[in-house]
Design a protein around this ligand. Sequence first.
Ligand code: ATP
Ligand code: MG
Length: 230
Amino acid sequence: QLPAIEGHVRLDHVVFEYEKNRPALKGIDLEVKAGQSVALVGHTGSGKSTIINLICRFYDPVQGAVRIDGEDLRNVTLQSLREQVGIVLQDTFIFSGSIRDNIRFGRLDATDEEIELAARAVHAHEFIMSLPQGYDTEVQERGNLLSMGQRQLISFARALLADPKILILDEATASIDTETELKIQDALKTLLKGRTSFIVAHRLSTIRNSDVIVVLDHGVIVEQGNHAGL
Ligand code: ATP
Ligand code: MG
């Protein structure tokens, strides 16, 4: 069981391999204070997603440990971890249903007011109101009613409403128009406030706004610092 957490995350000499003797992470040491935002950058195959997979405990390390508030994740139930660690994936997850249900998702107790508040905070309210039935507009999983940028804002509203202490975000690479881009940047700031975050960052603006930038190469941290320092 993981009690209400602060959001301090530590990787202690983490080694991981998907296949025997082909390490994807070769001894990662990383300490992240509660509330800090971490940008993970590096070439394809460098280990960014693997770090995220381990923090979400989709896998356990082969050697070393991942700790949240000092607790080894091996000793934590998946359910309590899911309650405290939120994930926004690159291929934003929209299911068939109303916009309202898509934002509400796991928070079945959320009121319409809370849903609208979350949507407003990430600049999604305006475009939602421009849809035929507003928050009651039905969307399809693969429907093209929503642009990539709009899908992203919906997933931000959902994450804000879920309010996890630790947020994992695999930033979308899709190109979006400048206006939406600015909205997303601002929404991201709101979303990250007061939580620890790990972002697989593709945008320079995101990297610039992160507290810690971690540069990976072949499963090793080759550089670490802030934007001014690197
Ligand atoms: P990208 O920018 O392409 O998403 P990444 O930095 O996220 O890359 P990882 O997905 O963490 O890279 O991959 C790290 C290494 O682990 C790579 O060598 C990759 O081939 C390997 N790998 C990743 N996922 C698997 C898997 N499911 N099975 C086997 N090997 C994998
Ligand atoms: Mg990846």
